[in-house]
Design a protein around this ligand. Structure first.
Ligand code: FES
Ligand SMILES: [Fe+2]
Length: 382
C-alpha cells in the first residue's frame, strides 16, 4: 500500500477532511491497528469490580492475543497470556469463570492464580527442568476509574501519561465507584472505528434517531482541551430528567452523587483511544469497548454502570430494563446505518469527506490522533 497522505486530516477541524476510506477497509491497516494501537497501546478489558472475588477470571483477546485477567489470593488483579508454557495450548475458553487453579486441558500442567507453575506431571526426566522458569507470561495491567487497562507488548508509555487529564476531567462522575448493572457482548458488521465514531457524533441524531434519541440532547459544548489519548465533549440535555431511558418508559434513577450544577442535566461523551468509549450521564454511565475482529467486523462489550446506592434499590431491576431498552433501541438504529456505511467506504469510488465542526469535533480529534499513529508507523505522511 502506498503511504497515505494525511495532511488534510491534520488540519484544524474547520478545514479538516475525514480519514481516507482505506483506513476502514484495508487489511494492512488492520495489521497496523493490531500491532500499534491495540497490542501497542493501553486497552480497556472491562470493569475491575466485575472480578471481585479471589479466583474470578475473564478470558478475552486483545489484538488476537488470548489473555486472562484473574483476581489473585492477595486480591491483586493480574493479566496473563492465556497460553500454556508447555506447548502453547489455550488454558481457558473466552468468557468469565471462577477457579482456584488453571489446569491445562492438554497434558495437565497446573498454574496458581499468581501465574506460577504448581505442577507438571511426569516431567521428572526432563534434565534441569525448573518449574520457576515456566510461569504464565504476565502482561502489564492497571486499574483506572474502575476500568482494567492492559498493554500487551509492554512498550506503551506509562498509563498515567497515556491517559493525561482523563481522571481529572471525569472526577465528578466517580467512575471508579460505579458498579456494573448489566453487560452484553455483540458483533457488528462494520469497521471498529465507525462503531465508536457514531457514538461520539451529534450530527446523525436527527436523521438516525428522529423519534428516539434526537429529542434528548441540546447542542453540545466544544470539545474539552485535554492532554492524553482521549477526547471528551460535554453537552446539556434538551429536557430535565434522565436521557438513559426513553420518554414513554417512565422515570430513571436519581443523579449520581458527585454531580452538581449543569453536570446534573448533561452528558459527557468520551473516547479513550483506541477502543473504549462511554457516555457519563446524570444517572448512569454506558460504556462500550470495541475492537476489530476483521476490517469489517467489530466485537463490542456494552456495560451499564450505576451508583451502588441506586443499584440496591428495590425497583432497580425494573428501572434497569428501561436503560437496557433505550440502549438497544439506539444501537439498532445506529447499526443499520453502520452496516450500510461499510460497503459505501469499501467502494473503489469512495473519497475522504469533510467533518461537521460543530457536531463532529470528537470524531475529528480521533482522526488526528489516528493519523499521527499512522505517520509514526511509517504508513502515512503529514
Ligand atoms: S500444552 Fe499445556 S500441558 Fe501441554
Ligand atoms: Fe446514534
Amino acid at each position: 500500500m502506498p503511504k497515505l497522505s494525511l495532511s488534510k486530516v491534520l488540519r484544524p477541524t474547520a478545514k479538516a477532511y475525514t480519514l481516507p476510506p482505506a483506513c476502514y477497509v484495508d487489511e494492512e491497516i488492520l495489521a497496523f491497528e493490531h500491532e500499534y494501537l491495540f497490542a501497542g497501546g493501553w486497552v480497556s478489558a472491562g470493569r475491575a469490580g466485575d472480578l471481585a472475588q479471589t479466583g474470578d477470571y475473564l478470558a478475552f483477546t486483545v489484538a488476537d492475543t488470548p489473555l486472562i485477567a484473574i483476581r489473585g489470593e492477595d486480591h491483586g488483579l493480574r493479566v496473563f497470556a492465556n497460553t500454556c508454557r508447555h506447548r502453547g495450548m489455550r488454558l481457558v475458553e473466552p468468557g468469565r469463570g471462577h477457579c482456584s487453579r488453571f489446569v491445562c486441558p492438554f497434558h495437565g500442567w497446573c498454574y496458581r492464580l499468581d501465574g506460577s507453575l504448581s505442577a507438571a506431571p511426569r516431567m521428572g526426566g526432563a534434565d534441569g527442568f525448573d518449574s520457576a522458569d515456566f510461569g504464565l507470561v504476565q502482561v502489564p495491567s492497571e486499574e483506572r476509574a474502575g476500568f482494567l487497562f492492559v498493554n500487551v507488548d509492554a512498550k506503551a508509555p506509562a498509563l498515567d501519561d497515556w491517559l493525561g487529564d482523563f481522571e481529572n476531567v471525569h472526577e465528578p462522575w466517580r467512575l471508579g465507584s460505579l458498579i456494573t448493572g448489566s453487560q452484553r457482548d455483540f458483533t457488528v458488521d462494520c469497521n471498529w472505528k465507525l462503531f465508536i465514531e457514531v457514538f461520539n457524533d451529534y450530527y446523525h441524531l436527527r436523521k438516525v434517531h428522529p423519534q428516539t434519541l434526537s429529542t434528548l440532547y441540546a447542542d453540545p459544548d466544544p470539545v474539552d482541551e485535554t492532554r492524553g489519548a482521549f477526547v471528551s465533549q460535554f453537552g446539556e440535555h434538551a429536557r430535565r430528567g434522565s436521557v438513559g431511558v426513553l420518554e414513554e418508559a417512565g422515570s430513571g434513577l436519581d443523579p449520581l452523587p458527585g454531580l452538581s450544577g449543569r453536570l446534573v442535566d448533561g452528558t459527557r461523551y468520551t473516547w479513550v483511544y483506541p477502543g473504549l468509549t462511554f457516555a457519563a450521564s446524570r444517572d448512569a454511565v454506558w460504556a462500550l469497548e470495541a475492537a476489530p475482529a476483521g476490517v469489517s467486523t467489530t466485537t463490542v462489550r456494552l456495560s451499564l454502570l450505576f451508583d451502588s446506592a441506586s443499584a440496591s434499590a428495590g425497583d432497580f431491576e425494573t428501572i434497569l430494563g428501561r436503560y437496557e431498552n433505550r440502549m438497544a433501541v439506539g444501537l439498532d438504529e445506529d447499526i443499520a446505518v453502520l452496516e450500510a456505511q461499510q460497503p459505501g467506504l469499501r467502494s473503489s469510488l469512495s473519497r475522504a469527506g469533510r467533518v461537521c465542526p460543530e457536531l463532529e469535533p470528537s470524531v475529528h480529534a480521533f482522526h488526528r490522533w489516528y493519523a499521527d499513529q499512522l505517520i509514526s508507523a511509517g504508513l502515512g505522511t503529514a
